[in-house]
Design a binder for this molecule. Structure first.
Ligand code: ZN
Length: 413
């Protein structure tokens, strides 16, 4: 077997084993990690890291699995990270991965009985993957390549580095983290103790994709106190909080909603309205790549609120905006090497890197603001968080190559 097929087989066997392990996280839990089943995969990975010869392997009480591979050359300490949980948006129990070898361009049968097929019509991205080996689930569940592919890539990459000490490498740390999908992935992560200078998450997207920009994110809460009187004698005396809430939501321009924006364009999404005559509330999220544009959107929203205050003097309208997370680009810009080395490592794998803004947040963004600049590297999959999720083993191989090249790029730096 040639080197590529040997690695692809290792990647597949790992992906299959990790995907079969149930690790759905729970957004309603007050525990950390949010679901205890994540600890089972953590323990598995802990044992595997020891077996392949990693040093300082540990699991802490927050379910962070960490390990170290000492350098054979000088250089800063770099780190590779992936998350262990899968999205609560779809069933993650009893996942049965299915390997479709040498994709011919026709239908990929996920589950014919359930009517689940993948093809270039329902997923045009597949056109770029003719000849690839594709992995899907087999019906009713997600696959969980987000982000078990990341774990398989890191595990296989460091195994290669251990077995081939002639490949130059700096000091390398790795971390597998819980609860990314519920936005809590690095909540208790001790960046200082971890001791890396630069890090990379291996989490998602098609081959060649590099992510160093994410949304700035604020949450908005609007509270309205109305004035309730008998509707028969309400003229000039009533303020209907529910009606005011609805007016505020519809006053927001449609062109700045998630269903009408893409790429770099930001939005406000009102995702919860509760209301009666007496009291109403509107909650929403504000997302924009540019902090200036975000402040402009917030100004516009404040103007709408001001108009409603003037129109409804009997009501009391309060608005509060809270910071959620920030675009990591500002941190990456101050540490240009973390990106230039990655761009070079992707090129060395034989593909052209594609820098793409993330319409969301990442663990890497949080880590960047915690002092560890952390861009995101593709793993080669698509259609995450649902039964149509798929990943190309050939793209996973390119991601694996990128990891090896990153070690070489940073060695002797
Ligand atoms: Zn992910």
């Amino acid at each position: 077997m040639d080197e590529k097929n040997e690695i692809k087989e290792k990647l597949y066997l790992r992906l299959e084993r990790y995907c079969k392990t149930y690790t759905t996280s729970d957004p309603d839990s007050s525990l950390y990690p949010s679901s205890s089943n994540q600890k089972i995969l953590a323990k598995m990975l802990f044992n595997e890291l020891k077996k392949i010869g990693m040093k300082n392997v540990s699991i802490d009480k927050n379910c962070y699995v960490t390990a170290e591979l000492p350098s054979n050359k000088k250089g800063p300490t770099i780190a590779f990270l992936a998350h262990m949980d899968t999205a609560p948006a779809a069933e993650g129990k009893n996942v049965a991965p299915k390997l479709h070898k040498n994709y011919s361009g026709g239908n990929i049968e996920i589950n014919p009985k359930m009517g689940l097929f993948l093809n270039a019509r329902n997923c045009p991205q597949l056109k770029e993957h003719i000849g690839d080996d594709i992995v899907t689930a087999s019906g009713g569940t997600l696959l969980g390549a987000d982000d078990k592919a990341g774990i398989a890539i890191i595990m296989t990459g460091i195994e290669t580095l251990i077995k081939n000490p002639s490949i130059p490498r700096p000091n390398i740390k790795i971390a597998f983290t819980p609860d990314e999908e519920v936005g809590q992935g690095v909540k208790f992560f001790d960046v200082k103790k971890f001791g890396a200078n630069y890090a990379y998450t291996f989490d998602g997207d098609l081959k060649g994709t590099i992510e160093v920009e994410n949304f700035n994110a604020d949450a908005v809460e609007i509270k309205i106190s109305g004035k309730s009187v008998h509707p028969g004698t309400a003229k000039g005396a009533m303020a209907n909080a529910a009606r005011i809430a609805a007016e505020i939501v519809t006053a927001w321009p449609e062109s700045m909603t998630p269903e009408n924006t893409e790429g770099y364009d930001g939005f406000i999404m009102f995702d919860e309205i509760k209301g009666s005559v007496e009291r109403a509330s509107v909650n929403g999220i504000i997302r924009e790549h540019s902090i200036n544009k975000m402040k402009k959107m917030e100004k516009l929203l404040n103007r709408i609120i001001e108009e409603k205050r003037e129109k409804y003097p009997l009501a009391k309208i309060e608005i509060s905006i809270k910071e959620q997370y920030r675009n990591m680009k500002s941190v990456i810009d101050k540490n240009p090497l973390v990106l230039s080395k990655l761009v070079e490592a992707v090129r060395q794998s034989g593909i052209e890197p594609k820098l793409k803004p993330i319409r969301g947040g990442t663990d890497g963004a949080r880590l960047s603001f915690m002092g560890l600049p952390t861009p995101n590297v593709f793993t080669g999959g698509y259609n995450y968080h649902g039964p149509y999720e798929w990943i190309s083993l050939d793209s996973m191989y390119l991601s694996y190559k990128t990891l090896i090249n990153l070690a070489k790029e940073w060695a002797n730096y």
